[in-house]
Design a binder for this molecule. Sequence first.
Ligand code: ZN
Ligand code: ZN
Length: 914
Amino acid sequence: MYKIRDVEFSIEFMREHGYKRIKCKSCGSYFWGFEEENCGEAPCKLYTFINNPPTRRRYSLREMRNTFLKFFEKRGHEIINPYPVVARWRDDLLVTIASIADFQPYVTSGISEPPANPLVISQPCLRFEDIDKVGFTSGRHLTIFEMGGAHAFNKKLENKFIYWKNETIAYHHEFATRELGIPEDLITYKEHFWVGGGNAGPDVEGIIGGLEVSTLVFMMYKINPDGSLSETPIWTVDTGYGIERWTWLSSGSPTAFEVIYPDVYKWILKVGDIDIPNYVLKDITIGISSLHEFTWDTIKPVIDEVAVKHGYDHVSLESEYSMYVDLMKSLDFSKSILFLIKDGGIPSNVKEGYLTRMLIRKLFNIFEKRSLEYSVIEDLFYNQYNQWVSDYPEIKDIYNVLFDIIKFEYKKYLEIIKKVPQIVRSYIKKGWRDVDTLVEIYDSYGIPPEYVKKEASKHGIKVGIPKNFTELVSMRHLKQSVAVEEFREPLEDKIKSMKLYTEKLYYINPYWSEANARVIYKDKNYVILDRTIFYPGEGGQKYDTGYIISPDNRSYHVKKVEAIGDVILHYLDEDSDLRVGDTVRLKIDWDRRYQLMKHHTATHILLSAIRKILGGHIWQAGVEKEVDQARLDVTHHRLPTLDEIKMIEYEANKVISKCIDVSIYTMERGVAEKRFGPKIYQGGVVPGKYIRIVEIPGWDVEACGGTHVKNTCEIQFIKILNVEKIHDGVIRFTYAAGDSAVKHVWDYYEAVERARKSLSVSLESMPEKVSELVNNLEELGDKISKLIREVQKYRVYKLINEFEKCGPYNVLILRDDIDNLIILGEELDKVSKEYILVGYNKVGRGYNMIIRVGDNYMKKGVSAKDIMDYFIKYLIKGGGRGEDKYARFGGVGDVNKRSIEEVLIKYAEEHRTE
Ligand SMILES: [Zn+2]
Ligand SMILES: [Zn+2]
């Protein structure tokens, strides 16, 4: 671990206020206080604030959030709106784990300016490392919480400081004492060294009443690959005020859940029939604050002690409190789910959707364990919705879809639970590997470990569920897989080392289809120009094709275009005579490009139309714009109905027909985020200080590097061609715009017309006619296979007189359709027990073969599979599958009646002794 240097904490503020540096007698860490013996944080010191809040008054969560924001606003910080809890602007994180995550890596590394400096934000965060403690600690640990972040970004290299340690602690102190009225001597500051996300720095934890209420981090180091520290160019003040904890502190209530969820808390206690008086809850909470570990086993003695103190039967208090813990968990989980879905974290088996599904299943599991009905789950979400909608109005956009998703997941949950016995059996067969198997079953099927434990015990397997099981499985998914070192091809290194630059004319005017340029580099199959109108394949838009015309009027076909760093490579069909310095004429295939532009702008329009119709949880999950069609993947849990699809198409076409000018401009990252919010990052991570904004005013704004039409009218119209589910949580729209859409409509029309004419029906009666025909076909098929069986039955009676002898065996060798032979074999079995049937038929260059063996022969050890192996060994090159009764195989070889007999004789000879 990193050693904290004392000098890091030699802060003027501490001395000015008469704070002394003291070593905690209990935990040994250093802290700043007055005359205390220990650091003041539980468990070194028990909670003192329960029923005894140190603040001037009580605050609701909203009041505390606003007081915090306003306090810093008055001191020069600009208030920034919270970011989503799904961290789409990061490729190393799935969910927002801290307020500073909003500004990493571009701001904290100095590439981009922050949206304001200093700034303040109250950011909903998700953390999974404490998930198994939730409920056991009266609300001290939560999966979802608001982090109040006051951030200053100091440019160390230029010596431009906003503020640093002294002011940070002074603000904190003033907030606690002057703003909230907390006596100074109740506050201690604990020294600590914070490490996370590749950065590090000293930090000070603010402790009040036994509770750590804030962490004030001074992020100033980068962790090098060898583990050493080096200073970063930006020194970041990264403070985290636990808004829920400050609120709890100000209320002095026995549990934080009561102040976080005032209305839902009361309701859920009624649902669970919980009636534990406040003075009992208070003693339990204070008792638990003395613990180091939080599980049912560690808190039980505390409950028993409290039961004795207040004359309760300890068994009944235990059982009531354990119900209480479960209900508190369900409050925390359901809020987390609500926020994840709000930000497009649709339940699935991958990425953030995995975390949503995990939480939903944990919630269902609690409700099942407590015999609560499904309708209570819906009520819970309804109450959570009401609890949060005024603070987070965007929740309104998911009202309908929320309940649909929960119901959808519940059905899935019931289905998977039914499969538990079968799944557990298959894992036992494979070899049970204790916790590894538990985690694997959870990962593959999302089956809560409690079910697995119960089922495994029926097979005599004792399963121990680790106390931090959920933490274990979620940690496996939290870090996105980012290759430590980017894979770089030699070509990329070569191009970058040349330090060339191509001006991107397609950004200046995407309608230029011809231009002049100068050759600045040439290789066997590609050329680099000083400027180009050729768009490289980027952001899901296909590259341009066209021609480069040499000074002596030779045309070279450009088959592919690619961007590497600052240059654009034009790949040619052939080695060219072009020379560096040549001025060439460029011509792009304009029809292709224009169609790609239409599809690209159409994609932006369609995305917002889908969000408008399906809900605010819709985010782009993938995109591909080709010439004849385009596709857009979005976060959604089920296939939309035909009506929804119609409405989406209608909305999109309405925007097109409004003839809106598309505006495109470049903006500083921070400014864009502030103006439009993180919804601009539909395409995922966008690097760099400046970002290019594509805005369809009144409809859609995205950060995008593609080429677009000037006016929506140019798109003509959008036709959705297909909607399908890609995997859980993601659906794909395939569509076409402009001339491609017209062509698709004509293709449809022609196909339908041709079918209609050959059916000789009207358009309206066509579907009915088709299903009638399909039914007829099915009936016919059934009849035919019955007939085939009848025919084979009669054939059998003739054939039993035609057995030949191969060694000791009665053998029948037939060449016929294999399906007929299979049925023939089944019929043969009914009349003879002593036969070997070998059937074969030529298919393409090879043969399909079957072998079937009569029952009595089988008893004597004759095996169809063994015979098959002989054929594969001696007659044909191929393979197949077989058992003693029957084998089917195929391959290439000289197959005929004679060669088959030879193999059978060989088999018979070698098996004679048996
Ligand atoms: Zn201590
Ligand atoms: Zn785009």
